[in-house]
Design a protein around this ligand. Structure first.
Ligand code: CUA
Length: 331
């Protein structure tokens, strides 16, 4: 090979590498990390990206060089030279990718193992998913329940995920880690938040009509603020968590229904501001609609959309509060 050819291939390779690097660096492919686990995932991402950029640059350089150098003249109908391969070249282009892919798999395996390890003493929070809401139970003197996930910064947290109905999936983009909540089994997820702030928990498994609305707010706070939050919910007495309004939120009603007092305007199910009980006593009708949603369908809405598990997931007192809250909010 002539020296001029090597120089040209090198120039094409450098240009292709710069182009690919700009695309990799300038486009914000990942959200800004807010957990140790996401930091490690980012490391794997960049490790793989650097390798990809290198391979791309070499392949692109050879293709561009070949296209320009070996282009045939417009009227040239003759056959190309008979070439029967090059054993040395084939060994090289098989061996190098094999080494690179093995390196990626080793780095990924190490990161997976580390991201699954919560250390000796993690904070344990139970996460319950149901159509279409998230509920969080914190350890404390008495179990503390909230519709909001609050985490102390710098503390390893082991989430145990449960589902009451279908498969859901827990994902906070800034935390990186993701895991399904599967009915009948317990799955876990480790998060070690590194940055205080507000984030969104998204359900990333299509779980029904209200899937897109199945979100919860996540707050990462200083330790003192976390303790205050726990004490606040605890002192509000499980009672704070048992007001009709709180249940409306934690049970996910607002994910599908519009209800002005709660500030929700979703349109998956019928609005709850002006319920027409069709002659039945209003309170009875509201209660029946919650525990047995298919008993009387609002006009224009299908059955089997709303979960029929609320008589199991809510206590009798919680159900009473929720019914009261809805009855009082009628226009
Ligand atoms: Cu739960 Cu999608």
């Amino acid at each position: 090979m002539r020296r001029g050819s090597i120089v040209r291939i090198t120039i094409y390779g450098v240009l292709a590498g710069i182009l690919a690097s700009v695309v990799a660096v300038v486009v914000p492919w990942l959200p800004t990390s807010a957990s140790e686990e996401m930091d490690r995932i980012e490391f794997v991402f960049w490790f793989t990206t650097v390798i990809c950029v290198g391979v791309f640059a070499i392949v692109a350089a050879v293709i561009v060089y070949s296209v320009l150098k070996f282009r045939v003249a417009p009227e040239d109908e003759s056959d190309g030279p008979p070439i029967h391969g090059h054993t040395g070249l084939e060994i090289v282009w098989t061996a190098i990718p094999a080494v690179l892919v093995t390196a990626i798999s080793i780095v990924s395996a190490i990161v997976l193992a580390k991201n699954d390890d919560a250390g000796p003493n993690p904070l344990r929070i139970a996460v319950t998913a149901q159509q279409f809401a998230w509920k969080f139970e914190y350890p404390g003197e008495s179990p503390v329940t909230s519709g909001e996930l609050v985490l102390p910064v710098g503390q390893a947290v082991k989430l145990t995920l449960h589902s009451l109905d279908v498969i859901h999936s827990f994902w906070v983009p800034e935390f990186g880690q993701k895991s399904d909540a599967v009915p009948g089994i317990e799955t876990t997820l480790v998060i070690t938040p590194t940055r205080t702030g507000e984030y969104s928990l998204l359900c990333t498994e299509l779980c029904g009509l209200g899937h897109a609305t199945m979100r919860a707010s996540v707050r990462v706070v200083e330790r003192a603020e976390y303790d205050e939050f726990l004490a606040g919910v605890e002192a509000g007495g499980g009672a704070g968590a048992d007001t009709g309004e709180a249940i409306f939120t934690t049970a996910g009603c607002g994910g599908c229904h519009a209800f002005e007092p709660a500030g929700s305007d979703a349109e998956v199910g019928p609005a709850l501001d002006a319920v027409d009980p069709g002659g039945a006593p209003l309170e009875e009708f509201v209660r029946e609609s919650i525990v047995d949603p298919n008993a009387a369908l609002a006009e224009g809405y299908q059955g089997d959309v709303m979960p029929n598990t609320y008589d199991k997931s809510l206590t009798e007192e919680q159900l009473d509060s929720l019914v009261q809250y809805l009855v009082e909010g009628q226009r």
